[in-house]
Design a protein around this ligand. Structure first.
Ligand code: UT7
Length: 331
C-alpha cells in the first residue's frame, strides 16, 4: 500500500498545569478512599487542580503561549483557534473567544469543539481541514479542561479519577516536508451517551433547585461499561489508523494514548501490539485531564526526546459521546 503524504504538520506544542497538586492521600482525608484503591485501580497518584479564578481559558492560554513561543509565532499570525473542552467557562460564548482575547490573536476566528476526552484528536482533524483547503495558514488547537469544576466531589467513584490542565499545538500545511498527520480514524456512538455525561443543566433539563440538590449537573459515569468500551474502541481505532497509514505496530516509535487509567492503557497497547516500553504514561501525575491528556503527553514526550525528527507516533483517545479516535503522526 502506498504511504499517504501528510497535508498538515504540527509546528510546536505546549502545556500548562496549575500549580496545586492534590495527592491520593490528600483525597483520603476528605472522603472514604485510599491511595491503595485509587492507584491499584487506575495508576493515578496525584492530579493538578486549578484554584478559583483560574479558568479553562487561562489554562488554555497558558499552553498556547508556550506553543507560540516555541514556534516563534506572533498572536496576530494565528488564523483559527479551536478550543477542545468539556468544561467551558460559560455556556455562551465559546471559551475559544475568551482564549483569543487573552492571547491577543486579533486576526483569528475562534470556536469550541466538544468531543470530551477525544477532543484534541477531533480538533486536529478540524485544523487539517482548514489548512488543507487553503482557508488558513496557522491553526491553534488547544485542549483545556478544568475538570474539578464539573466533578461531584461527593461521588468517590468519579472525582478521584480526573485532574485539570491544558495542552496546545500549532499547525500549518506540511508543504512536502513529509511530517504531520498520516492518518486519522474518528468515530462516535451517541447511543451510549448515557454512560458518561452530565445528565442535566442543559436545554433538556435546565438548572433548577432539584437538579442542584441531586447533583445531576455534574459528571456521572458508569465506570465498568466505559472501561469495556474504551478498550474495545481504542484497539479498533489503532488498527484502523495504522492500516490507513500503511503501517503496522512495529513501525510505531511511541504510542501516546489518552491517560484515563493505566489498565486501559496496558490493554490498548497489548491489542495494538505495542510493547509498554514504547508507550507514554503520565496518568500517575495528572489523572484523567480529558481532552488535555493527549497534547500534554505529546509535549512531555517531545521534551523528554521520546519523540524526535522522523518518529512515528500513534495517538489514541476515548471519551464521552461516546467518541473515540486514533491518528498516526510523523515528526
Ligand atoms: O476518559 C474516559 C473516562 N473514564 C474512564 O476511563 C473510566 C473507566 N473506568 C475505570 O477506569 C474503572 O471502571 C474505575 C477506576 C472507575 C473503577 O474500577 P473498577 O475496577 O471497575 O472498580 P469496581 O467498579 O469494580 O469497584 C467498585 C467498588 C465499589 O465497592 P463494592 O460495591 O464492590 O463494595 C465501590 O464502592 O469500589 C468502590 N469504590 C471505591 N473505593 C475506594 C469506588 N470508588 C472508590 C474509591 N475509593 N475512590
Amino acid at each position: 500500500m502506498r504511504k499517504p503524504e501528510p497535508l498538515v504538520e504540527i509546528l510546536s506544542t505546549g502545556r500548562y498545569l496549575p500549580d496545586q497538586i492534590v495527592t491520593n492521600d490528600d483525597l483520603s482525608k476528605r472522603m472514604d478512599t485510599s491511595d491503595e484503591w485509587i492507584h491499584s485501580r487506575t495508576g493515578i497518584r496525584q492530579r493538578h487542580i486549578a484554584p478559583d479564578g483560574v479558568n479553562t481559558a487561562d489554562l488554555g492560554a497558558g499552553a498556547a503561549r508556550r506553543a507560540m513561543e516555541k514556534a516563534g509565532i506572533d498572536p496576530g499570525e494565528v488564523d483559527v483557534i479551536v478550543v477542545c473542552t468539556s468544561t467551558p467557562d460559560r455556556w455562551m460564548p465559546a471559551t475559544a473567544c475568551d482564549v483569543q482575547a487573552l492571547l491577543g490573536c486579533s486576526n483569528a476566528f475562534a470556536f469550541d469543539v466538544m468531543a470530551a476526552c477525544s477532543g484534541f484528536m477531533y480538533g486536529l482533524s478540524v485544523a487539517e481541514g482548514y489548512l488543507a483547503s487553503g482557508r488558513a495558514e496557522i491553526v491553534l488547537v488547544i485542549a483545556a479542561e478544568k475538570m474539578s469544576s464539573i466533578l461531584n466531589w461527593n461521588d468517590r467513584s468519579t472525582c478521584v479519577l480526573f485532574g485539570d490542565g491544558a495542552g496546545a499545538a500549532l499547525l500549518r500545511r506540511a508543504n512536502g516536508s513529509g511530517r504531520g498527520i498520516l492518518s486519522a480514524h474518528l468515530r462516535s456512538d451517541g447511543n451510549l451517551a448515557h454512560l458518561l455525561c452530565r445528565p442535566a443543566g442543559g436545554a433538556i433539563e435546565p438548572i433548577s433547585k432539584r437538579v442542584l440538590e441531586e447533583a445531576r449537573h455534574l459528571v456521572h459515569m458508569e465506570g465498568r461499561e466505559v472501561f469495556k468500551n474504551a478498550v474495545r474502541s481504542m484497539a479498533e481505532a489503532c488498527d484502523q489508523a495504522l492500516q490507513q497509514a500503511g503501517m503496522t505496530a512495529d513501525d510505531i516509535d511511541l504510542l501516546v494514548p489518552h491517560q484515563a487509567n493505566v489498565r486501559i492503557i496496558e490493554a490498548t497497547a497489548k491489542y495494538a501490539g505495542v510493547p509498554m516500553e514504547k508507550v507514554f504514561v503520565n496518568v500517575d501525575r495528572y489523572g484523567n485531564m480529558s481532552s488535555a491528556s493527549v497534547p500534554v503527553a505529546l509535549d512531555e514526550a517531545l521534551e523528554q526526546k521520546r519523540i524526535g525528527p522522523g518518529s512515528h507516533v500513534l495517538t489514541v483517545a476515548f471519551g464521552a459521546g461516546l467518541t473515540w479516535g486514533a491518528m498516526v503522526l510523523r515528526w
